[in-house]
Structure formats: C-alpha cells, structure tokens
Design a protein around this ligand. Structure first.
Ligand SMILES: Cc1cc2nc3c(=O)[nH]c(=O)nc-3n(C[C@H](O)[C@H](O)[C@H](O)COP(=O)(O)OP(=O)(O)OC[C@H]3O[C@@H](n4cnc5c(N)ncnc54)[C@H](O)[C@@H]3O)c2cc1C
Length: 430
C-alpha cells in the first residue's frame, strides 16, 4: 500500500488530474453530486465511465443552499467543470439571537454560500450526456474477482472493472455489499424553505440578510442564510433567503406519522413536500409563531412550501470492497450541521480517481482509497453528532448540558465548516 494523504495524493502532490495511459471501464451508480464528481474525475483519468441514475428528471431542483468552502472551487475546476459565476452569495459573519431577537453571540467569518443547483448543473454539463443514463435503478451487484456486474431493476446488467456507489444515504450498492451498514435516525428532522429576497422587508434585508444566523428555539436549532436565486444570480434583489429548522420528532410513531401521506402510505425515509399532510405544516407554523424570534417569522411565513428531511447518521466501517467503492453520502452521512456533504462528495471522488493509478490493480487502489478517506469520513460523522447532540437529547440549547462542552459560541464558530478547520478549542468535536 502506498503512503497517501486524505485527498489520495502522494506526499507533495497538489490538486491535479493525471493523464491516462490505459482505458478501463467504470460504472457509477447515482448521478448527483458524488456521481458527477467521480464521473468527471475518472473520465479525465482515462476511464471509460457511465453514470446510471435512478430518476428520469433533472435533479436540479432538489437542493437549496449549501455552505461552500474554498476547496469546492478547486474540485469543480479539477473535475473539468466551470465554476458557476457567481458560485455563491457572500455573508460577512455569523450571529446568534435569543427569542427577543437580541444578539447573544457573533463571529466574524466571511463565507460564500452556494446554490446546490449551480454546482450540480456545472458538473452535469462537463460530463458527456450520452454516458449519463437516466431511469436506471440498481437492484444488485455481483463480484467476479477482477470485474463486477451491476444488475438493474429492468433485468439489464453491465460489467465493469470498477463499480462506484454514489447513490446516497440509502445506497443500494452499500446494501448489496455491506448490508450491515444502516442509516441511524438522529431524533430530529430538518424543515427547510426559501423565499425571494424581494418578499422580505427592508429591515430584514439591511440587518439579517448578509449574516449566517442562528437561534435556538425550544429543543431545536434554526439557521438562515442567503443563497443565489433560482437562476444562479447573486446580485442584490436576486438572492433568496434559505432557512432550516432542526426540529425534534421522536423515533417510532411520531416519525412514522409525519412520513405518512393523506392516503395512509408510509414513506420509509423521506416524503415529497406535496405529500406532507397539511396538519403537520399547520403545527409547524403554529410552533414558529410561538417559538421563533419575530424577525425569522418573516421569511418563515412567506415560504410557499417546506421540505422535510429526517436527519440520519451513516457511519461505514469500510468504503472499499475489492472492485466496488462507496463515495459521498453512500459512504458516510454527517449531519448537515457540519455542512460538508457536497465538499466531501468531491473529495471522495477526487481521492478515488487519484488512487486508481493505471499501474496498480483496482482492488489495491481501492484499499488505498479506503485508507485515505475513512478517517475523515468518520470524523465528519462524529462532529455532526456532537453539534446536534442537544437537539437529539431534547435539550433547550447546547448550554443545557455542560457535559457537551459546547456553547453557542462554539456552535456558531464550527457549524458549516470542514472538520479540519474546526478551531483547536473545539478540536474534540472531531
Ligand atoms: C437538510 C440538509 C441540509 C444540507 N446542507 C448541506 C450544506 O449546507 N452543504 C453541503 O455540502 N451539504 C449539505 N447537505 C448534504 C448534501 O446534500 C449531500 O451530502 C450531498 O448531496 C451528497 O451527494 P451524493 O451524490 O453523495 O448523494 P445524493 O445527492 O443523495 O445522490 C444520490 C443519487 O443516487 C441516486 N440513486 C439512489 N438509489 C439509486 C439506485 N438504486 N440506482 C441508481 N441511482 C440511485 C439518487 O436518485 C440520487 O440522484 C445537506 C443535507 C441535508 C439533508
């Protein structure tokens, strides 16, 4: 095994893509962020790559805002894609307020907040359309020593030197090769919404729009920040305000109830916004009226629809299995407090491509990939779990349990940042 760092680079190498010498065949399952990063990197490493995505439609309307980091731009460029211009909206810093809207903590941390759609579209445009196959759902995998076979739900099968599981937190690839690794519900959901900035008052735009804001309504956490508009524009008057309320819902009956639609159908892990029963939205709005500081009620009540995503941890013990690798959310899911899902998807894909050097067997390359990415994947999960522990425990705020050693200042400083950037004072989070 070669000595490599967490990006799959050998010592001293920078973020570059190596010229290929020989073409091998890769099948990627899942065509979202991780799949597109991997597809583009492997293609530029001389692999013959095909991406198989379950859904028929574009995924571009799926995401809202993502906390972005300098390295995300480097990865987009290294993937051969164009960095969306602008990539995101700038915020000047972070602020936490109490129920009355009074500032209780602030932190000077300028950051760019990107739109999920812009990054996705850019990665998609860089990948050959004829090699991106929509409507293909993986049903199973067979491994035959040096090759692996992906079997799809319509009975078709594709053989390859490498299969990459980039199929998200409920990965069918992971279920086929490591069924013991299961998502674990965190005890709360994220209600998300967004509103055009023109719908917001002048006061909100002047005082709050340019900040990454936090507050801690009873047993939960609310965050809000600006993101580019649907057309990718970050100009004044064109942005959107994105918010997220981490909201406790007990496992068991309460979770099942919120995942049950009006026809009584229980959706296993998540439910489309249009299927959420109106009574849940009504209760959410009532809770907002009672618990949110007045200023956040403004974007909240203007939002036309709400997305509801239960929060899960996925912690894999291995992410490489001979000639099958897991990347992105299929490998690890850190709670979104860390805000690194998209960055990690790109880093995993980059490390995978770097490890797959032409002169070493795929299984050995994947063992190197596993060694390169396992520690960081686990650290992200642990960091996310620590940041959300007070919500999981139903506490009124991080201050309620001194054992957590996590104050409001710590939360606003380390949320939405890669684990390596966490300050020494909170290094234990990693
Ligand atoms: C509430 C919330 C807030 C978040 N905020 C941030 C943030 O601020 N910053 C950030 O970086 N990340 C954030 N994330 C995480 C981020 O969205 C994910 O980490 C990222 O999208 C992972 O990309 P992925 O490609 O691994 O998985 P996914 O985006 O889940 O994509 C998996 C793909 O695989 C396809 N697929 C699934 N099963 C099959 C199958 N059997 N056959 C074929 N295809 C299949 C799916 O259709 C999908 O397109 C957040 C997540 C949540 C829930």
């Amino acid at each position: 095994m070669r000595r490599i760092d967490g990006r799959g680079n050998q010592k001293g190498q920078t973020l570059t893509v190596r010229t290929p010498t020989k073409s091998r065949k890769a099948v990627i399952i899942g065509g979202s962020m991780a799949g597109l990063f991997a597809g583009n990197f492997l293609l530029r490493h001389g692999w013959q790559v095909d991406i198989y995505e379950r859904t028929h439609d574009s995924l571009a309307s799926r995401g809202l805002g993502i906390a972005s980091h300098g390295e995300l731009q480097e990865l987009i460029l290294a993937a051969g894609a164009t960095v969306p211009d602008p990539l995101g909206v700038n915020v000047i810093g972070r602020s936490a307020v109490d129920k009355l809207g009074e500032t209780i903590a602030s932190y000077d941390y300028p950051q760019q907040l990107a739109g999920w759609n812009g990054v996705y579209r850019s990665l998609l445009a860089a990948f050959p359309a004829e090699r991106y196959h929509r409507g293909w759902e993986l049903a199973g995998i067979e491994q035959n020593g040096t090759t692996a076979i992906a079997r799809f739900s319509d009975g078709q099968a594709v053989e390859a030197d490498l299969i990459v599981g980039a199929d998200g937190f409920r990965s069918a690839v992971r279920a086929a090769i490591a069924p013991g690794i299961q998502p674990r519900y965190a005890g709360y959901v994220a209600w998300r919404g967004a509103v055009d900035e023109n719908e917001l008052s002048d006061v909100f735009r002047a005082e709050t729009m340019d900040l990454f804001s936090f507050c801690f309504p009873k047993a939960g956490e609310f965050i809000g920040y600006p993101v580019p508009g649907d057309d990718g524009s970050a100009g004044l008057g064109r942005r959107r305000y994105n918010f997220l309320w981490y909201y406790p819902i007990s496992p068991g009956m309460a979770l099942t109830d919120i995942l049950t639609d009006a026809d009584g159908i229980v959706h296993e892990y998540s439910i489309s916004p249009q299927l959420i029963r109106p009574e849940h939205i009504e209760r959410l709005r009532a809770d907002a009226q009672e618990l949110l500081p007045k200023k956040f009620l403004e974007p909240f009540l203007q939002a036309e629809r709400f997305l509801m995503q239960p929060i899960y941890d996925v912690e894999s013990e291995r992410i490489a299995f001979e000639n099958v690798a897991l990347i992105g959310d299929a490998a690890f899911v850190a709670r979104p407090h860390v805000g690194v899902g998209v960055l990690k998807a790109g880093q995993d894909a980059y490390a995978l491509a770097r490890c797959l050097e032409p002169d070493i067997p795929v299984a050995e390359a994947l063992a190197n990939y596993d060694a390169a990415r396992l520690v960081e994947g686990r650290a992200s999960v642990v960091a996310g779990r620590r940041l959300g522990a007070f919500i999981e425990q139903g506490l009124e705020g991080p201050w309620a349990d001194p054992n957590l050693k996590l104050g409001v200042e710590d939360i606003i400083r380390v949320s939405g940042r890669p684990v390596q950037q966490h300050d020494p004072a909170t290094a234990s989070l990693a």
